[in-house]
Design a binder for this molecule. Sequence first.
Ligand SMILES: [Zn+2]
Length: 120
Amino acid sequence: MSINKDEGIKRAAELLKQGATMLDMSCPMDGLPLFRLRSGEIVCPIHGRVYVIENESQMKQIQTQSTLERAEEVVVKSIGVMTDKLKEDPSDSDAAVQLIRLLDVLERIRKLRGATQQEK
Ligand SMILES: [Zn+2]
């Protein structure tokens, strides 16, 4: 670890000032206590957001989230490709249809991500 514990303690104090709660759990990477932010997110003062896996259903939820995150990345990239195609040839109706489909998929992914995040 290149970041020292003093820095971690300083950041922990800042988190407390912001209204975060210190948890009875520690970061597996540096042993510092973890904090729950007002938003419900669990963070390590050094590593930032961490995933604390308490049970199997939480594990599945995290896997779902990361899969959706990857799906979103792929879709956004494809949207870029289709947009470029349309820029080159605005009459390319195949690209237009694809673009609409991709935007639809993106919307669905974002909805799903929002829904799974709220389950926390
Ligand atoms: Zn940590």
